[in-house]
Design a binder for this molecule. Structure first.
Ligand code: GLC
Length: 556
């Protein structure tokens, strides 16, 4: 590792990012949806938690078919979220508190309501070339369009191509039919998107998240996938590094705090995306560790998480990314994932321990931790009992698809209940009052019924709360150089359900042990050192790991 690499490690490794899902964070005007002014009103809460940077999910004009990930104008504000003045005020207030704002750039696709797509639909050749349009067979009709250009599947279910009768062409949509994939092979598209970055840069924005950005480069030859859903052809596609480097250069964002969301990616690609020598991005999100409870890779089926596999994935991504000069974003949770404590822990018997175990495990790793709103409170998945309570397009599609595949309505509901993106999108629980203090109106998505006990107000008054533990982990990262930039090595697990690793820097050493089970497990035999942090009473440390115990010891 060169000295230059390690200075970046101290920089990125000393920060913690907090993700705000704007629609569910704080409503300021009673319409039941969160907004920019709501975020501004909660900045002091975030400062108290100790975070450095606020990632806000898209608040640009959008028909909201995918809650803002269907953008119809990249350089304006969606009215339900406020005005440009509200954004400027948020930005001023954040800066005054030393927080930076990270904007979410959805550059793989636009909404079909975007002016570019509307002009394409009207037949304007310039804008037809902005998207992935392919001619249909002559004589195709709306009723009988023939075969789509490939058999690729949309990530939200169904074929990824939509037929447009007036043009007699198909367009590609890897996500919803209202999210049309942009044609990055067209230099005009790349210039437009770099212009979007320059627009926000000129407003003082200095951090960016790039949505599914490793899907932007599609293969030249379009072919059917007989082994999968098509992703192997377009994930980490042929010109991906070239396009990212150009975007970073033209957008003027080299060296800023940036992160790419990488869908079905490889470790090798992520080293490329995040090694500073390549002038691409600061770090990468990968999702392999969040598929250890997908039987045969199938999200819409249930199984217990495979902890041995989880350990191997963490070990590989931590050690090999470090060796290759890459940088990991560390996370369990975001607006696309069910709450992790309900998924990897046991929130009925050990809610506090399982919520804090997960945080212990990732916050002490090498990388930059991300906290998703409500995760620091231990918010859980929903207690919804009917499909009518769900809003997410993917969940509603799969509820239908699972029944078409032969599941009963109850079986389909059980899967959706455990897997829905809405599980993580229920409103932020601020207090135990009406609608948890989120809105004075009718919330756009129901609250989780446990908010009278799991909420920010109650937990801020309790020094032993989940939130207090998160605050402690964040403060530790600021204080301990070995957490920020230390090397990382996974240790042989003393038991199947235990994950253990060490961090080392300049003669200091930390050993982290995490028991991913509700039973006692053997611990590593360690001599000396002192407890750095633990989710069990420090005075009562034992030679075994208790249910869901997460503990770290330090030698100075
Ligand atoms: C990303 C977003 C997700 C969105 C998708 C399409 O995965 O996180 O919410 O639906 O991209 O933009």
């Amino acid at each position: 590792m060169t000295i230059a690499d390690n200075s970046r490690a101290f920089e990125l490794g000393s920060r913690v990012v907090y993700q705000v899902y704007i629609k569910s964070f704080q409503d300021s005007d009673g319409d039941g949806m969160g907004d920019l002014r709501g975020i501004t009103s909660r900045l002091d809460y975030l400062v108290d938690l100790g975070i450095d940077c606020l990632w806000i999910t898209p608040f640009f004009p959008s028909p909201q078919n995918d809650n803002g990930y269907d953008v119809s104008d990249y350089c304006a504000i969606e009215p339900i979220y406020g005005t440009m003045d509200d954004f400027d005020e948020l930005s001023r207030q954040a800066k005054a508190r030393g927080l930076s704002l990270m904007l979410d750039m959805v550059f793989n696709h636009t909404s079909t309501e975007h002016e570019w797509f509307r002009k394409a639909l009207a037949g304007d050749p310039r804008y037809l070339a902005y998207y992935k349009f392919v001619d249909a067979e002559p004589g195709a009709t709306a009723d009988d369009p023939g075969k789509p250009p490939t058999n690729w599947e949309s990530k939200f279910g169904g074929n990824a191509w939509e037929y447009v009768p007036s043009l007699n062409k198909w367009y590609l949509h890897l996500f919803d039919v209202s999210q049309a994939d942009l044609n990055w092979d067209n230099p005009q598209v790349r210039e437009e998107l770099a212009g979007v970055l320059r627009f926000w840069r000129a407003k003082g924005v200095d951090a960016f998240r790039f949505d599914v950005v490793n899907l932007i480069s599609k293969p030249e030859r379009l072919e059917d996938d007989f082994e999968g859903d098509g992703r192997r052809f377009y994930s980490d596609g042929p010109h991906i590094h070239e396009y990212l480097q150009e975007l970073v250069r033209l957008g003027g964002i080299d060296g800023l705090m940036t992160v790419g969301e990488m869908s079905s990616t490889s470790l090798e690609s992520c080293i490329g995306y995040s090694n500073p020598a390549n002038h691409e991005l600061g770090m990468a999100f990968n999702f392999h560790h969040l598929k250890v409870d997908y039987p045969d890779g199938e999200k819409w089926a249930l199984m217990e998480p495979d902890i041995a596999e989880l350990r191997d994935l963490f070990a590989r991504w931590q050690q090999d990314m470090t060796a290759g000069g890459g940088w990991n974003a560390l996370f369990w949770s975001n607006h696309d994932q069910p709450r992790p404590n309900s998924r990897f822990g046991n929130t009925e018997s050990h809610w506090y321990e399982s919520s804090t175990l997960l945080a212990t495990c990732t916050h002490l790793m090498r990388g930059t931790p991300y906290v998703y709103q409500g995760e620091e409170l231990g918010q859980t998945i929903t207690d919804f009992t009917s499909i009518d309570q769900y809003r997410d397009v993917e969940s509603l599609n799969y509820y239908r698809i699972l029944q078409e595949r032969g599941l009963t309505a109850d079986e389909a509901f059980a899967v959706v209940h455990a897997r829905s993106r809405d599980d993580g999108r229920t409103p932020m629980a601020w207090d135990d009052g009406p609608n948890a203090g989120f809105t004075t109106g009718e919330p756009w998505l129901g609250l989780c019924g446990n908010y009278p006990t799991i909420n920010a107000k109650t937990e801020m008054a309790d020094p032993h709360s989940v939130r207090a533990y998160f605050k402690r982990l964040i403060a530790l990262r600021k204080a301990e150089r070995v957490i920020q930039a230390g090397d990382v090595r996974f240790l042989e697990s003393p038991a199947d359900k235990v994950i253990a690793y060490e961090r080392t820097l300049d003669g200091e050493r930390i050993v982290v042990q995490c028991n991913f089970s509700g039973e006692e497990q053997p611990a590593l035999e360690l001599d000396g050192g002192e407890i750095l942090v633990s989710n069990y009473d420090e005075a009562a440390q034992t030679s075994t790991l208790r249910p869901w115990e997460g503990t770290a010891r330090i030698w100075r």
